[in-house]
Ligand binder design. Structure first.
Ligand code: BES
Ligand code: MN
Ligand code: ZN
Length: 501
């Protein structure tokens, strides 16, 4: 559902809204929630429901109430939890909850209130966070539901930000919307089934972004990859009828002094190849391009917020299928950087396509830092579940910047150790490397495989296998399907970028 944003800073005297979203701190009256500016009748009824403990402002709790005030008949009261625990992520989740409620509400115009209590609890602009949460929460994927499609997709709702204390601005609200819409693009790319989203479709999306936001887009075809010696990527693609692509999207800024590369895994379907996956949940492997989706979503936002940095986005994209010409366990291929790699499991394909992409981008663009995002290992889901992205890095200062961006954006990150001993198991028997270790600590081993292709460039690998989908019952996240994880992390990262010492 599309949200249209309006802004007003007069104090409710003229407002006529079908509903008002209010965020309430736990166990406080409304003045304690900074809502003393609300119109009298509305305030009285809401206060009564708090006194009667119909609604107490507990975190994750919400209540749909009738206000008894004719100009604003309905209230969506959303709990924020305890005042001293309030932070931006709590606010974003509360707004997300409200956004979900809006999709069910029959209303065309709804308001929400920004208060100094909320603004004081967060470092960033509260209006931005609220619009971000609302827009993320209101996301729906119903392209394939014929009956709902016609009604819902055309449905849009006007959201009026009521800001009697003059705390935020239309520009900040728009920023929240841009960030959420980039995330929602990544979600839709992720949710689209693999029969409708092939490598060529990711390339088409990249070209659309390039045209719209004046970026440079190059798509390398298999013949180009052959010349460049990218046998790891080509090897994965052999089992599929769909040609692989290497998508390069370049954003440059006139005043940029540095360049950052972002690389996203774009396996549009991962059957495992000849090392075929079991049938259970194999449908979820349409999400194996969520790294690519995060990179595209981030570039869409970057095109609108114009950070002073050059950003090179690279997406290796292919299907991993077991066709008659598929690569076999035991095959040995030569990577873009010349290393020989023995394929011991065709299902460890992400690291192969990323290895060639990483090697290419560090050689051609000499970036000051590189970040890759990939749904790389089931081991990461086992270790961290669905709430935290795993990281492996060769540079502490860069890792710290990524961690910070994770905390600001809500896409939180946790680093794994990467002591060199963990890399012993992928030393090759017949070649330089092999693509699986055969032991435990799968997240780290996969990360250390990638490190062989970054040639000392400061690098952070983000394993988003757990966080890309199936994040249930979390404020602004959909209860099923892709989350768009990584988009806002990447945006905050490039916006906060500091040259490494
Ligand atoms: N795309 C998968 C990783 C994955 C699995 C993500 C399940 C989310 C849920 C990846 O290509 C893969 O198959 N990894 C293997 C590696 C193994 C063969 C070393 C895995 O994790 O099982
Ligand atoms: Mn796989
Ligand atoms: Zn995969």
């Amino acid at each position: 559902m599309e949200l249209k944003i309006e802004y007003s800073n007069d104090s409710f005297t003229s407002e006529k809204l079908e509903a008002l979203v209010v965020f309430v701190v736990e166990d406080s009256d409304l003045s304690g929630s900074g809502l003393s500016a609300l119109p009298g009748d509305l305030k009285k009824n809401l206060n009564d429901s708090i006194k009667l403990k119909v609604f107490t402002g507990k975190k994750d709790k919400s209540q749909h109430l009738f206000s008894g005030y004719a100009k604003i008949p309905q209230i969506l009261a959303i709990g924020l939890g305890k005042k001293d625990e309030l932070d931006a992520e709590t606010l974003r989740r509360a707004a997300g909850k409200a956004g979900k409620m809006l999709t069910l509400l029959k209303a065309n115009k709804v308001g929400f209130v920004v208060t100094s209590l909320i603004q004081n609890a967060v470092e960033v602009d509260a209006g931005q966070v609220l619009v971000e949460g609302l827009t993320l929460g209101a996301y729906e994927f119903n392209t394939y539901k014929k009956s709902q499609n016609e009604k819902k997709n055309s449905k849009s709702i006007t959201i009026k930000c009521c800001d009697p204390e003059k705390l935020t601005s239309l520009k900040d609200l728009k920023n929240g919307k841009i960030r959420a819409e980039g995330t929602n693009l990544a979600r839709t790319l992720g949710n689209t089934p693999a029969n409708d989203l092939k490598p060529k479709d990711l390339a088409a999306e990249a070209k659309r972004i390039a045209v719209k936001y004046k970026m440079e887009c190059t798509v390398l075809e298999e013949k180009d990859m052959r010349k460049l010696g990218m046998e790891m990527l080509l090897g994965v693609s052999r089992g599929s009828r769909e040609p692989a692509k290497l998508i390069i999207l370049e954003y440059t800024h006139q005043q940029a002094k540095q360049t950052v590369a972002i690389v996203g895994k774009g396996v549009t379907f991962d059957s495992g190849g000849i090392s075929l996956k079991p049938g259970k949940n194999m449908d979820e492997m349409k999400f194996d391009m969520c790294g690519a989706a995060a990179v595209l979503g981030a570039m869409k936002v970057i095109g609108q917020v114009n950070p002073k940095l050059n950003i090179i986005a690279v997406i290796p994209t292919t299907e991993n299928m077991p066709g008659g010409d598929a690569q076999r366990p035991g095959d040995i291929v030569t990577a873009h950087n010349g290393k020989r790699v023995e394929i011991l499991n065709t299902d460890a394909e992400g690291r192969l396509i990323l290895g060639d992409a990483l090697s290419y981008v560090v050689k051609e663009y000499k970036p000051d830092a590189v970040i890759d995002l990939a749904t790389l290992t089931g081991a990461c889901v086992a270790a961290l579940g669905h709430l935290t992205t795993g990281a492996v890095s060769n540079n502490d200062a860069l890792m710290e910047q990524v961690r910070r961006a994770g905390n600001i954006s809500g896409d939180r990150v946790w680093q794994f150790p990467s002591f060199p001993e963990y890399g012993e198991s992928i030393k090759g028997k017949y070649a330089d490397l092999q693509n699986i270790g055969g032991g435990d600590s799968g997240v780290i081993v996969a990360g250390l495989f990638l490190e062989h292709f970054v040639d000392k460039t400061p690098w952070v690998h983000l394993d988003i296998a757990g966080t890309s989908w199936n994040v249930k019952h979390l404020g602004y996240q959909p209860n099923s399907g892709a989350t768009g994880v990584g988009v806002r992390l990447l945006v905050d990262f490039v916006e906060e970028w500091q040259p490494l010492k």
